[in-house]
Write a protein that binds this ligand. Structure first.
Ligand SMILES: [Zn+2]
Length: 377
């Protein structure tokens, strides 16, 4: 379990100098029913526009119980599927499935595939779990938090031959959650209510945050479940936007889209971290949430962590590296940019302090993981 906590979902950081980035965009369509109080997720999904892969796995969270997998063409019978123990690149939360066949690879991948499955998870309201981490499907009594890559709450196709994940998908989904106030899925605006019909043609990974919370919009950017008031959030948004402006100016590449800043608590006592799943940046912890960025004493340090996550737009989202040291490259550049923003926009003293610890422009090795940036440790 601890291992899971510290494995970074190369998610953001798997890109490609070689042409290994995701070449096909699968489309996910169907119905999802969530209960925050019961800790359940029911899914009936069709994933279409599958790439033509010979050797693959379909990763699905280990807590999901499959009712059936079918070719999504009408009138098809359930397919026999196998589970592989050899998905060594998975970070542990998911199981690797494939449909066996008499083909040369021994596997069959329909162009459109239907998955029907149910997951039930503990609703942990007393933070009694030993650990929480990015890939955990976390029901804390008020919300459900599930990232779009590591948790694999929705099946994620993986090409074994090229080491490519197909987590970025377009979607057309109908999400019901009778005990939710707000439903949010990466790529769509948060929806107030118990049902959200969402669709996007822009490929996204499916980070999901639903439950009993409020969403506040500031200049088109969203803060979900914030502890700060509108005036404070307006001030914070201005600061965060200045980081995007800085990166945009220096790179000459527009920082596109509207950010969604999420604040939530873990299901354990001692974990706190930030992670980015563009356009969402998620702060998980027991300390102050959005207010922590405005604190006179601790704010600069928190903002330093935030600059790193914001910089991942360029090294993670726009450019990724499908190589053994891909995450190191991505983390290194994100950290370098964070240091530059800290020097220019946050605090020269903090920059000197960080630079002294880490060396000029060099990321401290253990800081190079988006999913475990300690906020207080
Ligand atoms: Zn990072």
């Amino acid at each position: 379990m601890l291992l899971r906590a510290f494995i970074y979902p190369l998610s953001l950081c798997v890109l490609s100098f070689v042409s290994y980035s995701q070449d096909t965009i699968p489309h996910v369509k169907g119905n999802i029913t969530i209960s925050i109080k019961k800790g359940t997720i029911d899914c009936d999904l069709v994933i279409s526009n599958m790439p033509r892969l010979q050797d693959y796995y379909l990763r699905l969270n280990a807590g999901m119980n499959i009712q059936f997998i079918k070719n999504a063409e009408p009138g098809m019978q359930p397919l026999n599927y196998e589970r592989s123990p050899y998905d060594s690149l998975s970070s542990g939360e998911s199981l690797a499935y494939y449909i066996s066949s008499w083909s040369a690879s021994g596997k069959y991948l329909p162009r459109s595939i239907r998955f029907k499955y149910t997951g039930m998870y503990p609703v942990i309201t007393d933070s009694s779990s030993a650990v929480d981490w990015r890939g955990n499907i976390a029901f804390n009594g008020k919300t459900l938090r599930a990232d779009g890559i590591q948790s694999a709450w929705c099946p994620i196709l993986y090409d074994i031959k090229t080491d490519t994940r197909y987590e970025n998908v377009t979607y057309d989904l109908d999400i019901s959650c009778a005990d939710c106030q707000v439903i949010y899925l990466n790529g769509s605006e948060p929806v107030s209510g118990t049902r959200a019909k969402l669709s996007t043609k822009t490929a996204q990974d499916l980070t999901l945050f639903a439950g009993d919370y409020k969403a506040t919009s500031i200049n088109g950017h969203y803060f979900l479940n914030p502890d700060a008031n509108e005036k404070e959030l307006t001030e914070l948004e201005k600061t965060l936007h200045s980081f995007q402006d800085y990166l945009e100016k220096k790179s000459g590449i527009p920082y596109k889209g509207k950010m969604v800043y999420i604040q939530t608590t873990p299901v354990s006592k001692n974990n706190s971290w930030l992670f980015v799943s563009y356009p969402s940046i998620v702060k998980v912890g027991w300390d102050a949430g959005m207010k922590s960025f405005l604190s006179k004493t601790e704010g600069p340090e928190f903002l330093f962590y935030m600059t790193h996550e914001i910089a991942h737009y360029y090294f993670g989202r726009i450019r990724s590296f499908n190589a053994e040291i891909g995450d190191m490259i991505s983390e290194g550049f994100a950290e370098f940019l964070a240091l530059q923003m800290t020097r220019q926009l946050i605090s020269k003293d903090l920059y000197e302090e960080k630079n002294e610890i880490q060396g000029p422009g060099v990321a401290k090795p253990e800081s190079g993981t988006c999913c475990r940036h300690p906020l207080k440790s």
